[in-house]
Design a protein around this ligand. Structure first.
Ligand code: DGY
Length: 320
């Protein structure tokens, strides 16, 4: 049985597949294959490991309906037409739980970096601008005892809440589809409506999957309801906020700052005004970019394929 791996992944995962008797074919390039090449490569394969966020649309599932399982190497699955996969009878797995701490670290980093204008100062240092001491200018704000509002308190949000509580004694409020009782116990998180989350938070951090319900949830109406001193953090997906509305909200002082690991589109245009704002920090989607997390994600994907090959359900299947 053969698995096609759509981009390079750590050897540990490849070895596991081989040890279990799978024939491995791999695109060693660091780029996504164009769709027609991906479809062609899958023709004599039983399984696919999709690396990163290459799109799998209904055409792909029409042409590759023979596949017996596809393992994503991501937690997010908005790049995959799940309905078409299910219609074709192909189970899809993700890597839920693999990047809990790694992504929470980036949200925490952005929260501190924005509050202290770190990217703005780092740019000044790099560009060797001479700065004379000014008691009143370009000051940051502190996080101590402030309120952190989490939109989508799952495993990543909980990790962030633990760090924020331990480091700054932050009060945690959250808005979810369903209450998270574990988080309520562990970090004394309080469930609030979305409107209250916006109105009460000093920092709002988004940790939801992209879905029709969450798309552009942070738009001009939402930003208007936030405190003028608030910081918005997004490490989930770029389309959870409306970028034009975010720019206007920052320009008009409706909110104070923003930290984004995800933008719409990615990569962000070098002309985007957000890049010049002193209270904005932007990273290029590095929420899972550590050796440890990427290895965990690849090994998890390999394990899902090994289970599918053995006729077992993939442990992280998302389209039962
Ligand atoms: C994920 O796994 O969804 C991360 O965003 C990496 O793309």
């Amino acid at each position: 049985m053969k698995v096609f791996i759509a981009r390079n992944i750590p050897e540990k995962a490849i070895e596991q597949l081989k040890e279990k008797g799978l024939e491995v074919s791999i695109n060693r390039s660091r780029k996504h294959l164009p769709q027609e090449q991906l479809i062609a490569q899958c023709q004599d394969s039983n399984f696919l490991i999709l690396v990163g966020n290459a799109k799998l649309d209904s055409l792909f599932f029409e042409k590759c309906a023979h596949l017996e399982g596809i393992a994503l190497t991501t937690v997010g699955f908005d790049h995959v037409d799940l309905a078409a996969a299910t219609k074709a009878g192909i189970p899809i797995s993700n890597t839920a739980g693999s990047l809990r701490k790694t992504t929470a670290d980036i949200a925490f980093l952005l929260m501190i970096a924005v509050s202290r204008k770190a990217f703005f100062y780092a740019k000044e240092v790099r560009e060797k601008q001479k700065r004379s001491f000014d008691f009143m200018q370009d000051l940051g704000i502190e996080l101590e005892k402030k309120t952190l509002g989490i939109y989508g308190l799952g495993d990543i949000g909980l990790e962030l809440a633990k760090m924020a509580k331990a480091a700054y004694g932050m009060k945690i409020i959250y808005h979810n589809r369903t209450k998270n009782e574990e988080a309520e116990k562990l970090v004394d998180a309080k469930y609030v409506s979305f409107a209250d989350l916006l109105a009460q938070s000093d920092v709002v951090s988004a940790h939801v999957n992209l879905s029709p319900e969450t798309k552009y949830k942070f738009n001009k109406d939402a930003f208007k309801k936030m405190k003028n001193s608030a910081i918005f953090i997004n490490t989930a997906r770029g389309k959870i906020h409306q970028e034009e509305d975010l720019i206007v909200a920052l320009q008009q002082g409706e909110i104070w700052g923003a930290g984004l690991d995800v933008t719409d589109p990615e990569p962000i245009s070098s002309e985007n005004p957000l890049l010049e704002m002193p209270t904005v920090c932007i990273l290029p989607h590095i929420g899972s970019a550590t050796v440890e997390a990427r290895t965990k994600m690849a090994v998890m994907a390999a394990n899902n394929i090994i289970c599918a090959k053995t006729g077992l359900e993939m442990p992280q299947v998302i389209n039962k």
